[in-house]
Design a protein around this ligand. Sequence first.
Ligand code: PEP
Ligand code: MG
Length: 841
Amino acid sequence: AVQNNPDILLITSDAALAANRHGGRAKCLQRLVRLDLPVPRTVALSFQAVKRIAAGQMPDIAQVDAQFGEEALLCVRPSSEDPDWGGPGAVLNIGMNDAQYRCLSERLGPGAAAALYSRFVQAYATHVARLDPDVFDGDPVESPKGLQRMLRAYEDEADEPFPQSRSDQLRGVLRSMARAWEGTSARLLRQAKGAPADAGLGLVVQEMIPGLGQGECGSGVLQLADPVTGLPQITGRYLSQSQGREALGAGAAAIYLEKDPRGPSLEELAPEAFEALKRDAALMRRRLREEMQVEFVIQNGEVHILDGVRVPRSPRAAVRIAVRLAEDGIIPPEEAVMRVDAHSVSELLHRQVAPDAAREVLATGIGASPGAATGRIVFSAAAAQASAARGEACILVRRETAPEDVRGMHAAAGVLTEKGGMTSHAAVIGRGLGLPCIVGASELTFNTRDKMLRTPAGRILRESDVITIDGSTGEILAGEPEMLEAALDDAFQTLMGWADTCRDIGVRANADTPADARTAHNFDAEGIGLCRTEHMFFEPGRLTVMREMIFADSSSGRAEVLARLLPMQRDDFIQLFKIMEGRPVCIRLFDPPLHEFLPATRSGQRELAEALDLPVSDVTRRIEAMAEYNPMLGLRGVRLGVTVPEIYEMQARAIFEATLESGAAGAPIVPEIMIPLVSAKREVELIKGRIDSVAATVRAQRGRDFTYRLGVMVETPRAALRAAEIAPNVAFLSFGTNDLTQMTYGLSRDDAGRFMSDYVNKGVFAEDPFHVLDIDGVGELLKLGAERGRAAHPGLTVSICGEHGGNPESIAFCREAGFDYVSCSPFRVPVARLAAAQLAI
Ligand code: PEP
Ligand code: MG
């Protein structure tokens, strides 16, 4: 009768079960049955049946009950469509009653039988009869007397004796589990994990294998891979005389699975059972095409398989497990690529706090550059350098960072700032350096003058106190929790290689310095999509020359200083070309407002006055004269190029001379030059004219020819709108979505951090638009700009080089819009390569 009812099915090889009608556990159990594994008899109840039970319409439970031997004890487990959505806890030992108790007392002894019965009474009383748990004092009892007391207490409280009929008990359990699924908290919990509002619950009723009794009896879990590393290794737990996963609490005195000098093992206690288990687990891995955790019971030396679930895994284990499954021929490589979450890959590229380490969270900010770092607190770049010189790791703490801090960032293990968002100075530099960074940590009170930080809980942190920052989660932690090292191992490289064969959009890196370029090359970027040349001037020696250039008050004076900067720039580019081995290198001309290079503090200004041999008042006056109310919207980018053309001319010359020098050794190099912050066609014409004439001069001087590609960075809404008239002048457009987001929203990328979390929490923004591309608004400008540009200039190369270039959702958008490549921080290149491959599979 059961097999004619699709809502109540005995699990056999050919029963018509489906994960979306009976749940994942029921479906998985059927797979195990099909593999002829020793699965106890099980009946599956469909979502429909459980829904009706919750509504008070109990199906014919006698039918279910009749599927099992009269003496059998039963258990009920949840079976939701996706195991991650959870479900009510399992109820074991249904069918325990006075008669069973007497019988088991003889077989197992009265203590064990009492423990078993009392555990069931307790579970039933709380979950089914809904009695106050305080009715029974404490744990399950192990004495017949205690059991009698418990049964009496039940009767007093419930006004009826403890039910003795197995089918009555089963009805009660099914009803309580069905209703628990409908409860508000359960609903909210699973929806938070991505379950749809109408997610169903199936239930499986399974014959209990006691796990208690004569011979070797017990229960455990076993898997063939380590959940943290993914390496092939038998891990799990086993406990003699125990019943199922629920009894395997962390504190339980577990027995080792494999032989172990530290204590007894299942391998020694029941060698045949252990061999059988290993065989079963391997069979499950091969046939279910997944690394499975086996839940088993051993009864008198014989193995029973209660269930199989996907081995829970860390991101690094996920990579290794997927790669090993593919290498063993169990899944194709493309499937291995699909099985790894692209977002989680960035964790592998950095040190991270060990998943099971204790975390004392002092405060939380915006995790702006992933990875974790531990060090002593320092409050200035100079202190960071001193600390590095002593060989001591430090965390540089600043209210915000400026170019002067870059040397300190190089010296620090991590950076923590009060202000800023995903694209502020500290964040961009941090990601470029692969340096863990938290910005916008305004929960902390920053008192940098007195060298103090106050946590929301009132704790004071001083210079040299040790903290850990987790740039992935944004958590600032006390002390030094245990860390996991980066995992750029062979499995990771293999997976990336497979990803590259699937991918159909290019991935380049944003790299400013030779060190960045080396990282980009190590991560197999196809080229450099953005070299922010101003970052090349942040080094101490160069900063002074740069300042001299800014202070030069005549054209000839400026030319003299630029002539000193020229060889430095040329060397930079030679190095980049060399490291990138012929892959394209896109160099952006100088972008930021000049006064960003000038010292903001009094002492810095005094130092500068000394270096330039000027009175301090001259220096301050000059700095004040250059200050702008809104520098991000002021004299920067191409506007500087138009008004102080010598800087771009010097850069163009450096690029061309480097091109000839580097190209002499091997294949000719075709540099890409990019103009920032364009908003009008005429800007491009002016700069193009000047660069062409520098090119002509260099060709004439060197007597050798070369070509170059000129491009425009689309960072203003106007440039996107006017792409049709800009594109014919250039070979490529690259969308700088950091500035474009800032300007489209009219939202400062340096100040948004302060209220971003409020905005996201209140649902104004679905996500931080500086992190995930705003497809509706900024995305529309991208599409429109790309279309207009390409219509006016077929063959135009189109790309994105804002921070969004490394974000999987944004990559999906760019690929849809037909972009040629994305460019992102070097450390995000692997994420981008994997995400791009997954889109193409
Ligand atoms: C941008 O604006 O998106 C960009 C890449 O340039 P930057 O971040 O240097 O302003
Ligand atoms: Mg920009």
